[in-house]
Design a protein around this ligand. Structure first.
Ligand SMILES: Cc1cc2nc3c(=O)[nH]c(=O)nc-3n(C[C@H](O)[C@H](O)[C@H](O)COP(=O)(O)OP(=O)(O)OC[C@H]3O[C@@H](n4cnc5c(N)ncnc54)[C@H](O)[C@@H]3O)c2cc1C
Ligand code: FES
Length: 286
């Protein structure tokens, strides 16, 4: 596709508007000791942790995250909690699910959790995705573990009768996290692309996304993590008047706005660079 070359230009990100009828209510995050209900490996290196955390389940919004402490009581390391997207939750049972990939010390430690061991959790945190009232069709584009920030949005959009289609990209079949949950909640088309079978290069994803948008227009495109996917979504969405929201990842030591470790590094004219944990993790692609 000829338009793909232009995705390398820089993008501007803006905060989601704070006020107005579209803004979700601001809720204070909670600190809870949440008993683990189940914990299982869903693929090599990927774990699904279910926590009993009714107050967080009641307050959570799609795209928000929580800080999980991977040190047990009386252990002093790892000191910093780890940010994890709220993958799914169930207000009825009061449970919250986290799907994570084992990367380093913290997630290696998390993988040793045995139900009903409790985990210290602070959440829900951050500002999540926003569906516009007039939206009737959306496309979700995620890569790897980043897709976990889009799954709850898929559930909400499907429940509201919105036409949801998704592209899930990963290294290989086993790393295609989120695709099963998408299907379970009613996403109509789930396109899976992987590095292993050569379907994930940006040009190939661009053709698939373009085809989706040509077949049925979408008013909103949601993406996460990868800068290349973000640029691609911005370019193709702009051409069909769709708006783009992106969930960014950043190093987070507190998740609460204190440490400034999560600054995006994109300062505005009049003030400091936005903090991903507070102003994000979801931003509008301007
Ligand atoms: C909003 C958000 C949502 C996420 N959702 C998920 C998810 O759903 N599933 C998933 O698997 N992963 C998710 N991640 C990524 C996940 O947080 C990391 O993979 C995880 O923290 C790695 O921890 P680790 O101990 O295994 O790795 P390590 O590399 O051992 O440790 C990384 C930890 O150190 C912190 N850190 C490193 N450098 C700095 C620094 N300079 N300042 C402050 N802190 C630092 C990092 O934030 C992280 O907590 C998310 C990240 C963000 C920001
Ligand atoms: S993680 Fe500490 S300010 Fe954002």
């Amino acid at each position: 596709m000829s338009g793909v070359a232009s995705i390398d230009r820089p993008l501007r990100l803006a905060e989601l508007p704070r006020g107005g009828p579209l803004a979700p209510p601001v809720v204070e995050p909670l600190l809870v000791r949440a008993p683990s209900v189940s914990h299982r490996q869903v693929a090599p290196g990927y774990w699904l942790l279910t926590l009993d955390a009714p107050e967080i389940a009641r307050r959570a919004l799609p795209g928000q995250f929580a800080m999980l402490t991977a040190a047990r009581t009386a252990e002093s390391a790892p000191v910093l909690p780890r940010p994890m997207a709220l993958y799914d939750w169930d207000e009825r049972t009061g449970t919250v699910q986290i799907l994570y990939g084992v990367m380093g010390d913290g997630t290696r430690r998390m993988a040793t959790w045995h139900p009903p061991e409790p985990m210290t959790v602070v959440g829900p945190l951050g500002r999540g995705f926003r569906l516009h009232p007039a939206t009737s069709a959306v496309v979700l584009v995620g890569r790897g573990i980043g897709t976990c920030s889009l799954t709850a949005l898929a559930r909400q959009a499907c429940a509201e009768g919105i036409d949801v289609r998704a592209i899930v990209s990963a290294r290989n079949d086993q790393a295609l996290v989120g695709a099963d949950l998408y299907r379970q909640v009613g996403v109509r088309d789930v396109v899976e692309v992987t590095d292993a079978d050569g379907t994930s290069p940006v040009g190939s994803v661009a053709r698939r996304l373009q085809r989706m948008l040509d077949e049925r227009p979408a008013q909103q495109v949601f993406t996460c993590g990868s800068q290349r996917l973000l640029r691609l979504c911005a370019t193709l969405a702009r051409a069909c008047d769709a708006t783009v929201q992106v969930s960014l990842e950043a190093h987070m030591a507190c998740g609460l706005g204190y440490c400034h470790g999560c600054s995006t590094g994109l300062p505005g004219v009049a003030r400091e660079a936005p903090l991903v944990c507070q102003e994000g993790p979801v931003f509008v692609c301007a």
